[in-house]
Design a protein around this ligand. Structure first.
Ligand code: NAD
Length: 411
């Protein structure tokens, strides 16, 4: 699975390198991660036994600024998955035009089996293992799957024990600890701004569209919330407990309240409970994969009924699926643009931390909107110039910016 994900990322990078006419040695330089760290994490479990876990941090590229990328807690986490995600971050920060490079981290663990106390001990132990390679001007983590503001607060606290008060070492923090207004909403909100740009470019709008969302965590819930606020109808959602469809429109606020109370959608009665995979091929206008990588494959891509796919998740589409979707005329807004709202507001949070001057949510949303509009215009220009998909256009824009910075900095 992770090997496939890493190969897919490599394939997308190399396709863009070809379109840009980059030489093989330069492409290799861009593809190769700067540093990969693997740490053994031993903690005392609540039942008195010793829990042994493995944590990873991969720093991919810092030509354009400090390494930047989330930390994921999931049993699928391995070196290859983290490397693929770190590479995507390099191109994403470049597409967003924020002054960061790319990194990613993760711990191989089934987070659902950990208590809050165990999660805290594991997070602190991970920072013990990597504190000397992260920092506000070197490498700045953020939340990802199964990590959140609380996890970032523990990271900030543990890092501060070694290096003093430095809120800029991590983003996605709670607002009380120097987090930014609007950061929690940013990835889902940015994905909806991206959808609006795409639809406006073909004379359409979000209002009245039927939306199907895979994954109902941070990204999925905020995307659902904003789609509904703009007059769309969310007709299918899913999480680890399965799929939920209601063609009359799901009460998104009720679904979010259910997840807050019960930790998942299990038992949600406002929709028909179906197999989770159904959501990807459900009859809808807009499909938002917002869970894990590699979910759109050559097996199911032909059955996708959406006209537009907005990649909230990282790496949800295999290259074979991408080709099938392109042939079918489905327009795909790729992860490195569609979900760049998160890292964009992380940049705003980091800037606020560095200046000790804080913005209100309206200011954050306006600045985010501007980045998403500019990003879409850049992609549309590259797509026209190279007669290619939005994905290839995004990689061309990202690689172009990183290669320019790399050449200027020299060897
Ligand atoms: P999260 O942990 O908040 O939510 C993940 C959701 O996916 C949960 O609802 C979970 O139940 C669901 N899920 C897990 N396995 C599933 C399966 N097999 N089928 C259906 N649903 C499943 O994570 P998140 O932060 O929302 O991240 C989701 C995706 O978005 C990831 O790919 C992540 O890398 C990407 N992303 C997140 C951010 C961010 O700011 N949080 C930014 C950019 C990209």
């Amino acid at each position: 699975m992770s090997t496939k994900f890493l190969e897919a990322t490599k394939y997308y990078v190399e396709s863009a390198a070809k379109l840009l006419g980059l030489a093989a040695d330069e492409t290799k330089q861009l593809e190769t991660p700067h540093r990969e760290v693997r740490v053994e994490l031993n903690i005392r479990m609540d039942d008195g036994t010793i829990g042994t876990f493995i944590g990873f941090r991969v720093q991919h590229d810092n030509a354009r600024g400090p390494f930047k990328g989330g930390i994921r807690y999931h049993h699928h986490v391995d070196s290859e998955e983290v490397t693929a995600l770190a590479s995507l971050m390099t191109w994403k920060t470049a597409v967003a035009g924020v002054p960061f490079g790319g990194a990613k981290g993760g711990i191989q663990v089934d987070a659902s089996k950990l208590s809050e106390d165990e999660k805290q001990r594991l997070t602190r132990r991970f920072i013990d293992g990597i504190h000397d390679i992260i920092g506000a001007t070197t490498d700045i983590p953020a939340p990802d799957v199964n990590t959140n503001g609380q996890t970032m607060a523990w990271i900030f606290d543990q890092y501060s024990k070694y290096h003093g008060y430095q809120p800029g070492v991590v983003t996605g923090k709670p607002v009380t600890l120097g987090g930014s207004e609007g950061r929690e909403q940013a990835t889902g909100r940015g994905a909806v701004f991206a959808t609006e740009e795409l639809l406006a470019s073909i004379g359409e709008s979000v209002a009245g569209k039927r939306v199907s969302i895979q994954g109902f965590g941070n990204v999925g819930t905020w995307a659902a919330n904003d789609f509904v606020a703009k007059g769309a109808k969310v007709t299918a959602i899913s999480d680890i407990s399965g799929g939920y469809v209601n063609d009359a429109g799901i009460d998104v606020a009720a679904a979010i309240a259910h997840v807050k109370k019960h930790k998942s959608l299990a038992g949600f009665t406002g929709a028909e409970h179906v197999h989770g995979d159904r959501v990807l091929v459900h009859d809808c206008d807009i499909l938002v994969p917002a869970a894990l990588s590699g979910v759109l494959t050559k097996e199911n891509a032909g059955d996708v009924r959406a006209k537009w796919i907005i990649e909230g998740a990282n790496g949800p589409t295999d290259p074979e699926a991408d080709e099938i979707l392109e042939k079918k005329g489905v327009l795909v807004l790729p992860d490195i643009y569609a979900n760049c709202g998160g890292v964009t507001v992380s940049y705003f949070e980091w800037s606020q931390n560095m200046q000790h001057y804080y913005w209100d949510e309206a200011q954050v949303n306006e600045a985010l909107h501007k980045v998403m509009r500019r990003g879409f215009a850049n992609l549309a220009d590259a797509r026209k110039k190279h007669t290619c998909s939005f994905r290839k256009a995004a990689f061309v824009v990202g690689l172009g910016r990183v290669v320019e910075a790399t050449r200027l900095r020299g060897l």
